[in-house]
Design a binder for this molecule. Structure first.
Ligand code: SF4
Length: 499
């Protein structure tokens, strides 16, 4: 910066004829700027290197503009005007805009313990909120959203990023489910029976039911089972059989092909089969999912139809259309927003908790295609599912179905900070241990290791079956992070420092 005050000398010279009308206009403008600057005294904070602006011609006009910008001391001219006085801030008390709502979401329980007629080690409950998504300051959001780990009953052609997690189990759904529970600490499995697709392997409903039975025997966490081949007749047939073999387990049945347009196209006979499917869910005590992609009236119609056949309201979940970021996630977010509005003003057809499948992101090439200018493929895949999951979570999804362990861990981490859970009893810790009682840790059963960990006499590292991710979760929940403490004085200081 030049300390010495001196007068500016600014001249604008045109060395040749300006060949365009725009150029002539620009030249006139620059002449005015030059006149204004000429003779200005003691510009503060700016060093002027040129006493002359020489225009070497004006085509193309952008080049001329760029040269003028380099030479013209515009910010200094602005600084020369005295700044208005800073207004005094008035102290005020911030009141949270708390509203109350007449409706609330149902609480849906998934899984059944031995005492309840099933074989699960614990049950999970989703929903029950009485405020818009994330509005914990307005009322109760009683249950932490749940992440179900997606397992396929045949290899869907996993990309490299996911083979890192599932390469050794991709052809065995039982081993895959076990790995999710034991190694990754899954609290729920979502089994996709893709092998039943009539356009693919076309396994029978009976075969699929055997797989479901085997998975139920291999893991003790709550289960969801999905058929979404697009062939409504086959999907319904498969899920009716699954409902039967899983009687009493209170599993979630997800049919991805019972959509309103499909029902209308299928005619009366098939519509009657759908009612039979609803009745099977009711008879064997399961939860159903009504899937209507981005179609609010369709959701209401299906929910009413299910309830008319006797499926209780607290045995229904809604999938509003689980699309990924880049593929109309904003429409799904709007649909969820509308469902919340309807549920909270008391419309019973929409008061069922929301299920969302961020794992669907892996259907899109942005997740796995090796395109150099798109950046690192692996990181992109993680980010695509994670971004989709966060959009769904922020929009109020109660149950997420996820595939990528990196994304799952990131979302669980986020939920830990939001819900601040803390493991304080053997029962709670047991929910995070594999439950196989294999004795490899030197204790007779998982319960004994859990007891020792809570007393501070052993570390969860002793478990030989729980994977690193699962151990990280347990450690985090044994001593959860504290919320960042912000003192009111600190906030007041920030405000004072605002420009
Ligand atoms: S190592 Fe111990 S805690 Fe882990 S599964 Fe076996 S018995 Fe349970």
């Amino acid at each position: 910066m030049s300390e010495e005050k001196k007068k500016l000398k600014v001249k604008l010279k045109k060395k040749e004829e300006v060949p365009s009308a725009e150029g002539e206009e620009l030249f006139k403008l620059l002449s005015k700027i030059a006149k204004l600057l000429d003779g200005v005294e003691g510009l503060k904070g700016v060093e002027i290197e040129a006493d002359e602006i020489i225009i070497e011609g004006v085509t193309p006009p952008l080049e001329l503009l760029s040269a003028a910008l380099q030479a013209a001391p515009a910010p200094a001219a602005a600084e020369a005007v005295a700044a208005p006085p800073k207004p005094e801030l008035e102290a005020f008390k911030f009141e949270k805009p708390v509203r109350s709502y007449v409706g609330k979401f149902e609480e849906v329980k998934i899984g059944a313990t031995k005492e309840e007629g099933g074989t699960r080690a614990f049950t999970l409950t989703v929903g029950g909120g009485e405020t818009p998504a994330m509005h914990a300051f307005e009322g109760q959001l009683p249950h932490r959203p749940v992440i179900a780990h997606l397992v396929f009953d045949e290899d869907p052609g996993l990309p490299e990023t996911l083979l890192k997690y599932y390469g050794d189990v991709k052809d065995d759904p039982v081993a895959w489910a076990r790995k999710c529970v034991e190694e990754f600490g899954a609290k729920m499995i979502f089994l996709d029976l893709r092998s039943t697709d009539p356009h693919g392997t076309n396994r029978s409903a009976e075969d699929a039911a055997k797989t479901v039975k085997a998975v139920l025997e291999a893991v003790n966490v709550p289960l969801a089972v999905c058929a979404r081949s697009g062939d409504m007749k086959k999907d319904v047939e498969v899920l009716k059989k699954v409902a039967e073999v899983a009687a009493g387990e209170n599993i979630v049945l997800y049919c991805g092909s019972i959509t309103l347009p499909a029902i209308l196209a299928a005619g009366e006979a098939l519509a009657e089969e759908i009612y039979e499917y609803f009745r099977a869910a009711k008879e064997y005590g399961h939860v159903i999912v009504t899937y209507q992609p981005l179609n609010l009236p369709g959701i209401a119609v299906l929910n009413k139809a299910a309830m008319e056949t006797g499926v209780p309201k607290n045995k229904i979940l809604i999938d509003p259309g689980s699309v990924a970021i880049g593929y109309a996630v904003e429409m799904a977010v709007s649909a969820m927003d509308a469902i919340y509005n309807k549920a909270l003003i008391g419309d019973e057809s929409y008061q069922m908790p929301l299920l969302y499948i961020p794992a669907n992101a892996w259907m899109y090439r942005e997740c796995y295609d090796d395109v150099e200018e798109w950046g690192d493929t692996e990181q992109r895949g993680h980010a695509w599912e994670l971004g989709t999951a966060m959009a769904a979570l922020m929009s109020g999804a109660h149950l997420l179905v996820m595939l990528d362990q990196y994304a799952i861990e990131a979302v669980e981490n986020f939920l830990d900070r939001l819900y601040m859970p803390k493991i304080e009893s053997v029962r709670e810790l047991l929910r995070h241990l594999p439950g196989s009682n294999c004795k490899a840790c030197g204790f007779e059963a998982c319960r004994e290791l859990a007891d020792a960990v809570l007393k501070g006499e052993a570390d969860v590292d002793k478990c030989q079956r729980l994977g690193d991710a699962g151990k990280r979760v347990v450690r985090r929940l044994l001593s959860p992070p504290s919320p960042p403490a912000v003192e009111p004085e600190e906030v007041a200081n920030w405000i004072k420092e605002l420009p």
